[in-house]
Ligand binder design. Structure first.
Ligand SMILES: [Fe+2]
Length: 224
């Protein structure tokens, strides 16, 4: 676990852990800089996910009402040619569950819903996203990495979030100030042959005002 600025009580201090959906409410407390929902994908599903042809992994991005996530994901799976079966059923149910839990937690009427298949170092620099909050869950491959920067320096250490464990992050538009110094990046996998399947959910209050998210610390592409 990463401990942040222990000496400043009004600053988010911890990357905390949740064991179940109920524990996600910890994310809303002032001293929680980020939250990891510790859990494991069922072994048979993970085995299947790790071996699916990367070209057939579902991908796409859309702003959608949370209750429409299941239908949209089903379309993504059809478009990519993901093999049908109980493992795909589990993936669809899990993404739908995370979308429901996160939209409820954030009181979001809409979500920016992304499924990315990542094979590069597209976002290897540590950064904070210009958003309110984000849920990231890596279903296949190495998880998102966290690090602390107190004075703008590159973090000396990185903590890798476990595959299958959702990570809830604050962005620069989170109302709490000052910032915690907690940064994140996608793991450096280029040249390894690894293919990651990453779910990203952002709360969207008004889709009419929606603009593409971008990163601020430092500038880089929008992957995890
Ligand atoms: Fe990011």
């Amino acid at each position: 676990m990463i401990a942040l600025r222990k000496s400043a009580p009004d600053v988010a201090q911890e990357v905390d852990m949740a064991r179940d959906e109920t524990g996600l409410r910890r994310f809303l407390e002032p001293d929680c800089a980020a939250l990891i929902w510790q859990r494991e994908t069922p072994a048979d599903v993970q085995h299947w996910l790790d071996r699916v042809d990367p070209d057939r992994l579902p991908r796409g991005r859309v702003i959608v009402q949370p209750e429409m996530i299941a239908r949209v994901l089903a379309e993504f799976c059809v478009m990519s040619g993901l093999p049908q079966g109980p493992e795909q059923d589990w993936l669809q149910a899990d993404v739908t569950r995370l979308a429901g839990a996160f939209s409820s937690l954030m009181a979001a009427r809409y979500l920016r819903f992304r499924l990315d298949v990542v094979t590069t170092n597209a976002c290897r620099k540590f950064h904070v996203d210009a958003i309110t909050a984000r849920l990231v869950c890596t279903y296949r491959g190495t998880g998102t990495q966290l690090g602390v920067s107190r004075q703008g320096e590159t973090p000396a250490h990185a903590q890798t979030v476990a595959t299958g464990s959702p990570l809830l992050l604050r962005g620069t538009r989170w109302p709490a100030q000052p910032a915690s110094g907690l940064l994140h990046r996608s793991p450096p996998i280029e040249g390894t042959g690894e293919s990651r399947l990453v779910l990203v959910l952002d709360p969207v209050t008004d889709p009419g005002d929606e603009v593409e998210s971008h990163m601020t610390t430092p500038a880089a592409a929008a992957l995890h």
